[in-house]
Design a protein around this ligand. Structure first.
Ligand SMILES: [Fe+2]
Ligand SMILES: [Fe+2]
Length: 398
């Protein structure tokens, strides 16, 4: 009989008890012989965003699975320098595991985004997809039924309890000197403490207060650009309040989104080099987008922003990305609706931004694409992926 292997992939920065609970629940419910925790590698686009390096994250996973029957740490992705699509990873795993039956464990949010993934049908052909809930179990049942009828495949629900703490929360707790006992496995806590993880990272550059940030920003941007940044920060905070995102984070991300815009192209490239940010080929070919990754690096290292969500919202404010978070969308839209903006259609977009963030984001994305097409400029693959993901998720409206 074929062995039944569960695969739980993740960034694991750090691994926490929520991962352990899901893995154990999947193992018991589906009679898995083993669950392998596969730490994601160091994809170039994430460099400089403050993600702990893959080997350290993998070591934390090793600490977590030690002494846990049937759990193992898998290093297949750890040393890879390029991003691997899930479909490719699964094919590699099948080969590595000698044709075992693969049970791929994913969260409800991943299932929601699945149609926008690379080759979703191929993913479903090569594994049984086990999904754990992030919201109410009934919502997940409906989503599974919908995905099954649209994509086929064997998708099943893991009856695991909801775990409301994320790795981001954990990093913030550690940075604030709070305990993560009962949230993170004891062995992992010991490892984190012995290496001074998260604490050190967050104190590397002391975060500025708002006044200091504005002073530094005002001195590095032209007056008009500074006014635009203030407009985006206020607009982002307004939307955050309306749509349930963190107002402070939205405000800061909006304020700093163009912080590298005052630099010329060579200076932006120098910043990327200095802080180990790889500008991908498409970014190199469309110079106007370089200020976004350079801005994220500046925000992190020179404005002391440690929050990865804020840094991502800055990083993706020009080209977007496939899995836009609520904060990403808010900053993306605010950039186009702040009071200083004046173009045909801005009022329509402003109205949408008062009603529905997804529709506003889709409208903004579509305007940006059309603008690029009309100018016959390179379209960054992220933007196309973002566009396809919205349509595939059925949230494109009309
Ligand atoms: Fe910008
Ligand atoms: Fe902007």
């Amino acid at each position: 009989m074929k062995r039944k292997i569960g695969i739980l992939g993740g960034t694991f920065d750090p691994i926490h008890c929520g991962h352990m609970i899901v893995a154990r629940a999947a193992m018991e419910q589906f009679g898995l012989d083993e669950v392998r925790f596969m730490t994601g590698g160091n994809p170039p686009h994430k460099r400089g965003r403050g993600v702990t390096d893959a080997l350290t994250r993998h070591r934390m996973v090793c600490c977590a699975v030690r002494g846990e029957p049937g759990f193992a740490a898998d290093d297949l992705e750890v040393n890879k320098k390029t991003y691997s699509y899930t479909a490719e990873t699964l094919a590699g795993l099948k080969e590595k595991l000698g044709g075992a039956e693969i049970y791929f464990i994913a969260g409800e949010d991943s299932l929601r985004e699945l149609p926008g993934w690379y080759e979703p049908e191929r993913i479903l052909e090569s594994c049984v997809l086990l999904v754990y809930p992030r919201t109410e179990p009934e919502t997940l049942d409906a989503l599974i039924a919908e995905r099954r009828s649209a994509l086929g495949g064997d998708i099943r629900k893991i009856d695991a309890p909801l775990f409301g703490v994320s790795s981001t929360d954990i990093r913030e707790r550690i940075a604030a000197g709070l305990s993560v006992k009962y949230i993170v496995p004891d062995g992992v806590i010991e490892y984190i403490e012995s290496k001074g993880l998260y604490k050190k990272e967050r104190t590397k550059t002391a975060a500025m207060d708002e006044k200091e940030m504005k002073k530094k920003l005002a001195s590095s941007l032209k007056k008009k650009r500074y006014k635009h940044s203030i407009g985006v920060s206020r607009e982002a905070a307004r939307m955050a309040k309306l749509f349930g995102a963190d107002e402070k984070k939205a405000y800061i991300a909006g304020l700093l989104h163009d912080c590298a815009k005052g630099l010329d192209r060579n200076e932006q490239l120098d910043i990327c080099k200095k802080y180990n940010v790889t500008a991908d080929e498409a970014t190199a070919l469309c110079p106007p987008v370089l200020h976004a990754p350079a801005g994220a690096a500046l925000a992190e290292h020179e404005y002391g922003i440690a929050d990865p969500e804020i840094l991502d919202a800055i990083r993706y404010h020009t080209v977007a990305r496939r899995d836009m978070t609520l904060l990403d969308k808010i900053v993306y839209v605010a950039d186009m609706t702040e009071p200083g903006r004046d173009y045909d259609g801005v009022e329509t977009l402003r109205k949408l931004s008062e009603i529905d963030i997804d529709r506003a984001y889709f409208e903004a994305l579509s305007r940006s694409l059309m603008f690029n097409l009309s100018k016959k400029t390179i379209i960054h693959p992220n933007t196309l992926e973002a566009w396809n993901a919205v349509l595939a998720s059925g949230r494109g409206g009309e």
